[in-house]
Design a protein around this ligand. Structure first.
Ligand SMILES: Cc1ncc(COP(=O)(O)O)c(C=O)c1O
Length: 439
């Protein structure tokens, strides 16, 4: 880091970190320290760092044709579409719109949902429902939709208010912790929200199949999704699944939709699509949605860099590696071992409210009082303190929560990790918990 005139990042970090290189599941700091990337960056890296064949694929694409307008086909785009439709996407989602990141793709999905209803002669159906605890992106619309107050600060004057349903959260269900009626409680909330907004005004609900870092791997109670989908369908409301974080194997299945038995109308996935080797994300939609928009003579505008041939080549190569090396199966089984290991040692810890998750997306929720679930005061900055201690112990966890909802450490490690890495995480978590306990 230049000492005289630090210009990175835009806002100075409390603890500047300089990474010189990365390999496999490890990052190497400038001071020589080796850090386990238990966060996979921002829950992105799935095959691990530094795979030369992905670099070769990108190089091949770059020398073949550096830039071609996104609407035209190139060999790299064709290969990616084939890989996606043959091996990854649910069969009913066969229309693909590519973007360069999750926010851009979610914004496109919201527009597509609204345009679909307009093309059906229902322009009044333009409201988007979202969830109270959620993150969908950083553009004006996706930030406004998100249930993430700390990321909206200072923007309140420009962000529209969207109707939100309650994020189904079994731990903190007002009826009681993991209450047997939690499903009905949250389903009633969905029904009431639809009734008060008016189904005839609603284009879509956008939701993650399970919370990413906003809530730290919160999963809906059993049966929630089956009932929620039926209600949406009966009311003509589209379901947009935001799988930016959960997509491409993170839950141990191809998509969270598969894990939780969800059949969305539009699905959005990014991060793991190219495992961090390129900036690419996709909106995957039902044919009838695309056909209707097309018949209505409406446009789905492309993003200039949305389908760069080199990004498509990186994504295809990463997706092939995931399949060839059976990394989804590994993610699922290692995820179970990791979750059990952490729960065995820490779930009775006086400061641990819950350790939950699926595959390689795990959240550790820390509270001041595990009986009442009272959080630590915001000013205590527990998440950052724990992350700093864990870093010193050689592990990078991802910070979760929204500021209002806290304190959460997330694990989003590459799917390639094994016993050594599990033990390293347990050791770092032990240190982090001991550190805040002693204060
Ligand atoms: C669920 C979810 N949706 C959308 C986004 C935004 O994606 P991006 O940062 O690529 O714009 C994120 C990023 O963390 C995310 O986790």
């Amino acid at each position: 880091m230049p000492e005289q005139n630090v210009k990175w990042p835009f806002l100075p970090a409390q603890t500047p970190t300089e990474i010189t290189h990365a390999e496999g599941a490890y990052l190497y700091r400038k001071d020589g320290k080796k850090i386990l990337d238990a966060a996979g960056g921002a829950v992105v890296a799935n095959i691990g760092h530094g795979r030369p064949e992905v670099a070769d694929a990108v190089r091949g694409a770059l020398v073949n044709a550096s830039y071609v307008i996104p609407l035209w086909l190139t060999p790299e785009r064709e290969n990616l579409v084939n890989e996606l439709t043959t091996h990854w996407l649910p069969k009913h989602l066969n229309r693909i719109h590519l973007a360069s990141g999750g926010s851009e793709a979610n914004e496109a999905a919201v527009k597509i949902a609204i345009q679909y209803h307009a093309s059906q002669g229902n322009p009044k159906r333009h409201k988007i429902l979202s969830r109270s605890l959620s993150y969908h992106g950083t553009t004006i619309t996706t930030a406004a939709i998100s249930g993430h107050l700390s990321r909206k600060k200072g923007l309140e004057s420009i962000l529209d208010t969207y109707h939100q349903i309650k994020t189904p959260n079994p731990l903190r269900c007002p009826l009681g912790r993991h209450h047997e009626d939690a499903t009905s409680y949250y389903i009633d909330d969905l029904k009431q929200t639809i009734e008060s907004v008016g189904a005839e005004n609603i284009a879509a609900l956008i939701a993650e199949p399970m919370n990413g870092s906003s809530g730290g791997a919160i999963m809906a109670p059993p049966g929630y999704w089956a009932q929620a989908q039926k209600i949406l369908k009966d009311n003509g409301i589209l379901l947009i699944m935001d799988e930016v974080m959960t997509g491409f194997g993170r839950t141990g299945d191809r998509f969270g939709c598969e894990t939780f038995g969800i059949e969305p109308d539009l699905m959005v996935a990014g991060k793991g699509m190219a495992g961090g080797y390129a900036a690419i994300a996709g909106v995957y939609g039902r044919e009838e949605i695309a056909d209707s928009i097309s018949a209505g003579d409406l446009q789905v505008m492309f993003h200039t860099f949305g389908a760069l041939p080199q990004s498509c080549a990186a994504a295809t190569c990463v997706l092939e590696i995931l399949r060839r090396e059976s990394l989804l199966e590994k993610c699922k089984s290692t995820g179970i071992t990791l979750l059990n290991r952490l729960q065995d040692q820490f779930s009775q810890h006086p400061l641990v409210a819950e350790i939950r998750g699926q595959g390689m997306l795990i959240g550790i929720e820390v509270v001041k009082d595990r009986d009442t679930l009272e959080p630590f005061a915001r000013g205590e900055d527990i998440t950052n303190k724990m992350m700093a201690t864990a870093m010193e112990a050689g592990v990078f966890f991802y910070p979760g929560g929204t500021g209002e909802y806290r304190d959460i450490l997330c694990i989003g490690a590459p799917y390639i990790i094994g016993e050594t890495e599990i033990e390293l995480m347990a050791h770092a978590l032990d240190k982090a918990l001991a550190d805040i306990s002693s204060k």
